[in-house]
Write a protein that binds this ligand. Structure first.
Ligand SMILES: Nc1ncnc2c1ncn2[C@@H]1O[C@H](COP(=O)(O)OP(=O)(O)OP(=O)(O)O)[C@@H](O)[C@H]1O
Ligand SMILES: [Mg+2]
Length: 358
């Protein structure tokens, strides 16, 4: 190792330990290998790009929810001295990619080339791209994701992704899994796969030091709105909120929050891009008439899960009014398995008083 590489490697290791200390925790044993590997990557990036024959190897961190994967990659990025770095959440990346592809396909570029050009624009001159919370569920997107990975892995960048799925578990639907197998092979060949499967979902750990649970938002029984400082929508407050290429019917549009019904927001024809647009504009989203998710349609459940992801990633407060979305779901049901991420994030919501005490 040259001095420069060694120095940056050690600086990154120190940065990880200090960052954990500042937040009042110690690294979990399952986080140690990723810390070591990310610190090595920081060392490799100490060389200017033109001196390297190829860019450092790509990393794929996976593990169950709440194991500190996003924290690892965010801390890594934060400690990296280069400005040529970028972090994008999967949903956000995809929204931008779709827009870019539509733009280039419109100018009569062949499909694959449109993806390549859209990716180039998104990446700019960055050397390191963090792609958080990657998953593939939508068969319609399988081909686009396949092309995206081929394009990304061939660029002179290093890709670092996090996921709740090991590569072989991506696109879990058995009907479509085979469509994704070439991409899985590509990921396994070209990325170093790191397992971050510690025993604890940190989100569910009590954190007396910080009331983090109060930041994400709250879950209320109907009629308890005042306890969260909210006034139910009044006649004349409803309105249309401009989202992504469509308007969403809101029950109330106020300066610091917007109020939707579950039916309109999650059972209507809305997409993640709409939630991103709303999250960009309002610091709080209120959703009422929330049913137990067992009673929602499967698309409704998927949309709700995406909404929770978006709010969590964008630090938007989410206030849910209605039933406990997870009521009636046993921990080992298939449905619960699909909602694992959502359940982990909902644990951050302040719950109705009687339940929280119980
Ligand atoms: N070693 C640790 N000890 C305690 N808390 C931790 C530790 N590492 C991370 N955390 C905290 O745990 C919470 C969850 O971490 P994070 O969001 O990174 O999980 P994740 O693995 O990305 O989850 P998901 O798969 O649901 O996206 C964060 O508040 C983070 O700061
Ligand atoms: Mg995460």
């Amino acid at each position: 190792m040259t001095d420069r590489v060694q120095k940056q490697y050690e600086a990154m290791r120190g940065h990880f330990h200090r960052a954990a200390e500042q937040r009042g925790f110690t690294l979990d044993p399952a986080q140690e290998a990723p810390v070591e590997r990310l610190s090595r990557l920081a060392g490799e990036l100490a060389h200017p790009a033109w001196r390297l024959r190829r860019s450092p190897r790509h990393l794929y961190l996976w593990g169950p929810v709440g194991r500190g994967k996003s924290w690892l990659v965010d801390t890594f990025l934060d400690g990296l001295p280069t400005p040529r770095k970028r972090r994008l959440h999967f949903h956000d990346f995809f929204r931008r990619l779709h827009e870019g592809v539509a733009h280039h396909a419109g100018s009569r570029t062949a499909d694959g080339a449109a993806v390549d050009r859209a990716v180039d624009e998104l990446l700019g001159n960055c050397r390191i791209l963090v792609f958080d919370e990657f998953h593939a569920h939508d068969a319609g997107d399988a081909m686009l994701v396949a092309r995206l990975f081929r394009t990304l892995l061939d660029r002179r960048i290093t890709l670092v992704t996090t996921s709740n799925y090991p590569p072989a578990g991506l696109m879990p639907d058995p009907l479509y899994h085979h469509l994704f197998e070439p991409t899985i092979r590509l990921i396994e060949e070209r990325m170093d796969v790191l397992d971050v499967s510690g025993p604890v979902d940190f989100r569910r750990q009590p954190r007396p030091d910080r009331a983090r649970g109060f930041d994400l938002g709250a879950r209320l029984h109907p009629g308890d709105e005042a306890s969260a400082g909210l006034v139910p929508p009044q006649p004349g407050e409803s309105g249309a909120v401009a989202a992504h290429h469509r308007e969403l019917p809101a029950k109330a549009v106020r300066r610091d929050h917007v109020w939707f019904g579950f039916q309109e927001l999650c059972e209507g024809r809305t997409a993640v891009a709409d939630y991103l647009a709303v999250a960009d504009r309002f610091p709080t989203i209120v959703l009422d008439d929330v049913p137990p998710l067992t009673e929602a349609s499967s698309d409704g459940r998927r949309r709700f899960a995406n909404l929770v992801d978006v709010c969590c990633d964008r630090d938007v407060r989410l206030v849910l009014i209605g039933a406990d979305p997870l009521a009636g779901l046993s921990a080992d049901s298939t449905l619960m398995h699909d909602l694992d991420r959502t359940a982990s994030r909902l644990a951050l919501l302040r719950r109705p008083a009687q339940e929280a005490a119980g």
